[in-house]
Design a protein around this ligand. Structure first.
Ligand code: ACO
Length: 319
């Protein structure tokens, strides 16, 4: 016995940054961004804090699940950078929604939601929880190098939450890591120690896009194939794939390599860009709310990102 997804919620900032507006900030244009990435616009935090977004997504997911915060046994927040180094973002969510359970953060970059699902699976298997809240939220505009056109056009802010309850809808789950701080890295930034002998690097996202691309077009199909095999299913049994929304060309390549019809890959990258760990659960939430997901559907979730990490799983949708 592991878990079922009881409810989902989403929170994105109000401000919509279009490709045209970005073209006034760096030397780029709407046509390049659309054709190379599939992105048309992204949401960027102005007035919202990451905690406010987390709380909004969490409350919507709790309401959707029909439970209250005091029924939660654990909160896991997947994020690369919460409001503070401590308290964790999970503890900030716990405080704001009025829960009393343990709470902590996990950082697996864009694979964070699936890492959190894997951790949650362990709690359900050990019968340590009846209800777990996962909130996956990133605020990448804080660490984006807004002068680097090869990265600043790709990312956006936002995330989503899921409430899990005891159930048997998780059919397989698989996470991987391949330590690499060369192709994708966001340093911490300043170091206040007068004793430290190394130079601090600015807290800005640095990415070798072509290398990450090559990694992703192998990692995504491999992750989906492994999760489907582990679930004892065939690729043709998958009703909907919820892929990490990093680049539409990565998704198209994965669909072609797996010979899964492209229409079975849910995509909303045009509206949000890459929201890191928020990407897969935002897509899951929108697939659910838009009626694309039907009760009994078999879903494959797949993400890859900084670390380098990957996560994939197969879930039955029973809502
Ligand atoms: N506008 C216009 N031109 C641009 C832009 C831009 N925004 N960015 C780059 N270019 C130019 C380059 O300078 C280059 O010009 P040149 O040929 O004169 O040198 C040309 O466009 C082609 O550049 P490439 O880097 O080869 O472009 P490519 O088609 O490979 O796309 C991209 C780059 C979109 C970054 C792609 O490699 C990609 O999507 N990589 C994967 C990124 C990813 O998935 N990250 C996920 C992890 S993120 C995380 O975990 C937080």
């Amino acid at each position: 016995m592991s878990f079922s997804i009881l409810g989902t919620g989403k929170a994105v900032p109000e401000y919509v940054l279009t490709n045209d507006e970005l073209s006034t900030m760096v030397e780029t244009n709407d046509e390049w961004i659309r054709t190379r990435t599939g992105i048309e616009e992204r949401r960027i935090c102005k007035g919202e804090t990451i905690t406010e977004l987390c709380v909004n997504a969490a409350n919507e997911a709790l309401e959707d699940a029909g439970i209250t915060a005091d029924q939660l046994d654990l909160i896991i927040c997947s994020t690369m950078r919460g409001e503070n180094l401590t308290p964790s973002q999970g503890c900030m969510i716990q405080k704001e929604i009025g829960a009393t359970c343990p709470a902590f953060d996990v950082n697996a970059a864009c694979s964070g939601f699936i890492y959190a699902l894997d951790i949650a699976d362990g709690y359900f298997v050990r019968k340590k929880a009846k209800h777990i809240l996962i909130v996956s939220m990133d605020n990448l505009s804080n660490i984006t190098n807004w002068k680097d056109r090869s990265t600043c056009v790709l990312f956006g802010d936002g995330g989503a939450a899921a409430v899990l309850g005891e159930g048997d809808d998780l059919l397989s789950i698989n996470i991987t890591a391949n330590g690499n701080d060369v192709v994708l890295c966001i340093p911490h930034g300043e170091n206040s120690s007068p004793f430290y002998e190394h130079e601090s690097k600015p807290a800005l996202l640095h990415m070798m896009g072509n290398d990450v691309y090559k990694f992703a077009v192998t990692a995504m199909p491999n992750g989906i194939r492994t999760a489907v095999e582990d679930a004892g299913l065939q690729l043709s049994d998958i009703d909907l794939v919820i892929p990490h929304q990093a680049n539409i060309r990565i998704i198209n390549t994965a669909a072609a390599k797996l010979d899964i019809p492209r229409e079975k890959f849910f995509c909303n990258i045009n509206h949000y860009g890459n929201t890191s760990s928020g990407s897969v659960p935002i897509a899951l939430h929108e697939a659910s709310r838009s009626g694309v997901l039907k009760k009994g559907d078999i879903l494959a979730l797949c993400a890859f990102g900084g670390g380098l990490t990957t996560g994939s799983c197969v879930i039955r949708w029973s809502k």
